[in-house]
Write a protein that binds this ligand. Structure first.
Ligand code: URA
Length: 187
């Protein structure tokens, strides 16, 4: 079990548990507050993230940042990471094996941050955390509580860029996150 951020970051950097590390420029572990109340989990780094070593800094990232601002938060107050820490070639969806190889790092991040709310962005994050039966269209917008942590699955920001009609339900999900955060973190 990883005990410190420094150790975890070193392990991610050195990891060759799957082939993704071979094909990426740099690892994208995640960023934000180490004591964040809200954590956002995406799929995996794209081209911009791979170049900069930071999560959600491309077009989808700009939209995520706007939505975080719209619920009255800053990126520095939340924690943002991905199911896989290395860019899949051509931005393909990471395989079940790649996601499983990276899962200990995600678990360690959750254990270190201890967020009260985890927002699952899209089908990959949803399946990774909630299981293979997860379907984003069916299951988004419904809270799942496990061991005192509240999970809100919603659409991935990239899906919102492709299909404008998904923005309204995604915004409802973000408002539910804002309200739950107020409820859980008041005082
Ligand atoms: N899409 C993701 O899932 N994660 C990123 O970091 C960027 C785009």
């Amino acid at each position: 079990m990883t005990t410190s951020w420094a150790e975890l970051m070193g392990q991610i950097e050195a990891c060759h548990a799957c082939a993704l590390r071979e094909g990426c420029a740099r690892t994208v572990p995640g960023e934000g507050s180490p004591t964040a109340g809200i954590m956002f989990i995406g799929e995996g780094p794209g081209a911009d993230e791979d170049r900069l070593g930071r999560p959600f800094v491309g077009r989808a990232g700009e939209l995520l940042t706007k939505m975080i601002h719209a619920i009255g938060m800053e990126r520095t107050e939340v924690y943002i990471c991905n199911a896989v820490k290395c860019r899949p070639p051509g931005n393909r969806t990471p395989t079940a094996e790649e996601i499983a190889a990276c899962r200990p790092f995600l678990r360690a991040q959750v254990a270190l941050v201890r967020p009260k709310i985890i927002v699952l962005l899209g089908a990959t994050a949803g399946r990774d955390v909630l299981g293979d039966q997860f379907r984003v269209t069916r299951d988004r917008g419904k809270w799942v509580e496990r061991k005192g942590v509240w999970f809100m699955p919603t659409y991935h920001p990239s899906a919102l860029l492709r299909d404008e009609s998904l923005k309204r339900p995604a915004w409802e999900d973000f408002k539910a996150v804002r309200d739950k955060a107020r409820e859980l973190m008041k005082g």
